[in-house]
Unconditional design. Structure first.
Length: 508
């Protein structure tokens, strides 16, 4: 009682929030501070809160706070916070906000004798580059051009960075002729660098202009500019898309002769070239390059490895690679979708042991499954004749408060299919009744699976009940529904009922 949070205390608390990067606590401090000021926070406190959000790298929250809390009251940020807001606004494509902030930054510059320092390193050129990027998110090249040309007219010393920024804008907006003209100007002003060459190289390759791309690489070398990883990765990607095996490995050889070591992106590109028909030597060489890369193997690269091994139908290789990478340490924790892809692949290959190992590993690593992951696991078990195990899995998840929401129609329908295939009509209806009791929606696939089970088990006496449930649930039957019913009655020898269904189908 009687406790207050006036400006000095609020600012001190917010500085602590900034130090520990706790945005939620900062907003709580603001809420308590408002109670003291009859619902109105001081300008200093608002700026400090916005600064905490920016320091936590919460782009959208920072911009929203500025527009909701500060701008309506005319509270303007100092130079450093303006730099953050401008960067965030550009990143989010908020061009109007970015323009207002850019104008404000210009005012700050003109009113300060030490403008670069006051902007915390966000110079005039950086500010204009940020604006160009903001307009390109809206594909507004004309506005980006106005920003670029205004900087040229200001007398500011132009740099390769700002020229590259506008070159990229031209390429992203599909203005190839404008991009080449701009690149020619860069060469004439001697403001061209490897980044600029790579930008235009990518544009040539995207247009299928491989000869022009080759000439560009030679011109880059003639200017004494060393091709880097980006250069080679762009060229490799084009070779892979063209299925040019010899060209791919010639480039890799050239890359290594030049002292440019492949990175994870290089390896991901090379993995896309591997198929079930690839030479064993190609597979070994790609794997060898993966093991030589300097950085840790991240999930993006490992996902490419998984995709490649599945495509090559070499799951034994995948298993061995996983063991080797994990033994090295520092292997990134995989996500639920990645585990789902592997479980699906091993399930299709009939390797239930590995499926269960991956599920166990997921749980040991603390990876929370999604409905898709559980769907892959259920399908893998059912496809390998383990419907009972799949049913137990569903019950285990239903007992887990965090996972029960993941159990959906698809998963239940998969279990139904498992029991239907094994002609366990009793289990089929147990699962079905539980679905309805738990409020899990039944769709056309669910009912078709049920009807197929009735047909296989000569239990068509229960078909009418299912059709009534379909109608009550507003689920429309399809051609599979009717053909399954016809098949079921024919199997039971009730041809008249089968013809009656066909007549009803025609009338519907």
């Amino acid at each position: 009682a009687g406790f207050t949070v006036a400006d000095p205390l609020a600012l001190a608390l917010l500085e602590a929030c900034r130090a520990v990067r706790d945005a939620d606590l900062a907003l709580l401090v603001l809420e308590v501070h408002r109670r003291v000021g009859a619902g109105v926070a001081s300008a200093k406190v608002l700026v400090a809160v916005c600064g905490v959000l920016a320091h936590c790298d919460l782009a959208e929250a920072t911009c929203d706070f500025f527009e909701r809390e500060m701008a309506p009251r005319g509270v303007l940020p100092a130079a450093a916070l303006t730099g953050f807001l401008l960067k965030f606004a550009a990143k989010l494509g908020k061009t109007d906000l970015a323009q207002r902030l850019s104008d404000h930054a210009g005012v700050l510059k003109s009113s300060s004798s030490n403008s670069t320092a006051s902007m915390g390193g966000a110079s005039d050129i950086q500010r204009h580059a940020t604006m160009i990027k903001a307009y390109i998110k809206d594909r507004d090249l004309n506005s980006a051009a106005r920003v670029f040309n205004s900087l040229k007219a200001s007398g500011e010393r132009m740099t390769p960075m700002i020229y590259n920024c506008f070159l990229d804008a031209c390429v992203q907006c599909g203005e190839f002729d404008r991009a080449t003209a701009h690149f020619q100007e860069m060469k004439e002003l001697n403001l061209v660098d490897v980044v600029g060459f790579n930008t235009l190289l990518k544009a040539h390759l995207a247009r299928g202009q491989t000869e022009e791309a080759g000439r560009l690489v030679k011109e880059m070398a003639a200017r004494g500019l060393q091709a880097n990883k980006v250069t080679y990765n762009e060229l490799l990607h084009a070779r892979v898309m063209a299925k040019d095996r010899q060209g791919i490995w010639n480039l890799v050889d050239e890359m290594q002769r030049s002292g440019v070591r492949p990175n994870s992106i290089t390896c991901s590109i090379l993995l896309k070239s591997l198929t079930a028909n690839s030479n064993t030597s190609d597979v070994r060489r790609v794997i060898g390059l993966i093991e030589e890369i300097e950085e840790d193997i991240d999930e993006v690269l490992f996902s490419s490895v998984i995709e490649g091994c599945i495509r090559m139908k070499q799951l034994d290789l995948l298993s061995n690679l996983m063991k080797r990478y994990r033994s090295k340490g520092g292997f990134v924790k995989l996500s639920a979708p990645t585990y789902g892809s592997m479980i699906k692949a091993y399930g299709q290959a009939g390797d239930v042991v590995r499926v269960n190992e991956l599920w166990q590993e997921m749980q040991e690593q603390g990876v929370q499954p999604t409905s898709v992951t559980l769907g892959c696991l259920t399908e893998a078990l059912v496809a390998n004749g383990q419907a009972e195990e799949a049913w137990q899995l569903v019950h285990q998840q239903l007992e887990n408060e965090e996972r029960r929401e993941c159990i959906n129609t698809v998963i239940y329908s998969t279990v139904l299919k498992g029991f239907a295939v094994t002609r366990r009509i009793d289990k089929v209806f147990v699962v079905y009744n539980e679905m309805r009791a738990k409020g899990i929606a039944c769709n056309t696939i669910t009912y078709n699976t049920m009807l197929d089970a009735c047909a296989k088990c000569c239990a068509m006496s229960r078909a009418s009940e299912l059709l009534e449930d379909m109608a009550a649930s507003c689920v429309e039957p399809d051609i599979i529904t009717y053909s399954t019913i016809v098949k079921g009655y024919c199997v039971e020898g009730d041809v008249d009922r089968a013809f009656k269904v066909l007549e009803d189908m025609k009338s519907d």
